[in-house]
Design a binder for this molecule. Structure first.
Ligand SMILES: Cc1cc2nc3c(=O)[nH]c(=O)nc-3n(C[C@H](O)[C@H](O)[C@H](O)COP(=O)(O)OP(=O)(O)OC[C@H]3O[C@@H](n4cnc5c(N)ncnc54)[C@H](O)[C@@H]3O)c2cc1C
Length: 352
């Protein structure tokens, strides 16, 4: 009989595990609390323009991620950096033009948006293999199986793999049998990458910055945006800028943030900067399905890939995955795939 594996979370880690384990002949079901798949991958479509409010870039050293993109025939393109960049040092000075160094590491984007990876991975999934709006609340050890309870239903599985960021997992899901105290201690102090970020994107009718010899790359010491990049599509018929806002703006309203950005765009680009079609933003710190906010400062990537995550729990029935558990590129998309491959290999060796 096929082993039944329940995966918690339908971000890149959960979807990738589902894809590989299904291919290997396991029976899989992914339970996702949100009303969409993707987690920290969030490609939003705004009037035919796709903007990345979550993960955007891949790099040539992301070997496992590049391998799966190749397998799925997913095309990549270089982040457009052509032209001068702008830098705003102080409030009282105008932004200065400068040339970005030629020998920078090239970042790549996914043609059609990062969510294309998820779309391709889930192409052969049946409806009941990914269940949205299923927030997992409790896991009970019932002997040879585990019982997984959501707000709505109870599921039984031979193996459960969590891809919920570890800090959130141990602080939001209850376990009937006590988990290893060392795991709880490490997980509670594991950094979740980008959990505090505010990402924004501005859609324009034309790439007016290019006409001024600018790349769209801009940095600011004072904000509201701290860094920004060209975000036009591969086909070059949709135009946008995208970047990160100063984290302190979390305490302001969306309208206030937009008003401040508009002023800053005017300062950088003149009236063209203010004439946008749409302003989009995502305040990740407000995302309850990513953050457990205990006001404790944890250094970026702290405890990512810790050796405790390589163990199995609840007598081999419970495994912890997710990008932050990866010993390679923990926190990044590459980490999600690297850790996924490790788990798939281990399960194949154990059961096949
Ligand atoms: C703004 C931003 C920019 C980024 N930029 C990049 C980049 O350019 N390049 C890069 O490589 N990486 C980037 N990252 C990181 C990248 O997005 C992550 O490494 C990757 O997406 C993590 O995938 P994951 O599946 O491990 O975790 P997640 O995407 O966090 O998925 C976890 C899933 O679990 C679900 N969940 C939570 N609690 C429950 C529950 N109780 N029951 C059921 N489901 C639950 C969540 O809703 C979520 O869907 C960025 C992240 C952010 C936020």
């Amino acid at each position: 009989m096929k082993k039944k594996i329940i995966i918690l979370g339908a971000g890149l880690s959960g979807i990738y595990l589902g894809y590989q384990l299904k291919k290997a002949g396991f029976s899989i079901q992914i339970l996702e609390a949100n009303d969409r798949i993707g987690g920290r991958i969030y490609t939003k479509k705004v009037n035919d323009t796709k903007v990345e409010l979550g993960a955007t870039w891949l790099w040539r050293y992301n070997e496992e991620l590049l391998k799966i993109c190749k397998e799925l025939n997913i095309s990549l393109f270089e982040q457009d950096m052509d032209g001068d960049a702008l830098f705003e040092a102080t409030e009282n000075n105008l932004p200065q033009r400068f040339k970005t160094p030629q020998n920078q590491e090239i970042s790549y984007r996914v043609v059609g948006g990062t969510a294309t990876i998820l779309k391709e991975l889930t192409k052969d999934f049946s409806e009941d293999e990914i269940l949205l709006n299923h927030k997992v609340l409790e896991i009970d050890d019932i002997g040879t199986s585990l019982k997984v309870s959501t707000e709505k239903t109870v599921f039984i599985a031979d193996i459960v793999i969590s891809t919920i960021p570890p800090q959130l997992l141990v602080n939001s899901v209850s376990f009937s049998s006590k988990l290893d105290p060392n795991l709880i201690q490490i997980a509670s102090n594991t950094h979740t990458w980008m959990k505090d970020s505010i990402k924004f994107a501005i859609v324009y009718k034309t790439p007016f910055w290019k006409e001024q010899g600018l790349s769209g790359v801009a940095f600011s010491n004072i904000g509201p945006f701290t860094e920004m990049y060209d975000h036009s599509n591969f086909e070059y018929n949709r135009f946008a800028l995208m970047g990160f806002l100063n984290g302190d703006l979390i305490n302001e309203s969306r309208d206030s943030r937009e008003r401040k950005i508009k002023e800053q765009l005017f300062k950088f680009f003149g009236k063209n900067g203010k004439n946008y079609l749409s302003y989009e933003e995502k305040v990740w710190k407000e995302e309850e399905l990513l953050n457990f906010d205990n006001n404790k400062f944890i250094h970026p990537h702290f405890n990512n890939g810790h050796s405790v995550y390589q163990k199995e729990f609840l007598k081999g029935k419970f495994i912890i995955a997710g990008s932050e558990t990866s010993s390679n590129y923990g926190g990044y998309m590459e980490g999600a795939i690297y850790r996924g491959n490790q788990i798939v290999e281990a399960l194949k060796n154990k059961f096949q």
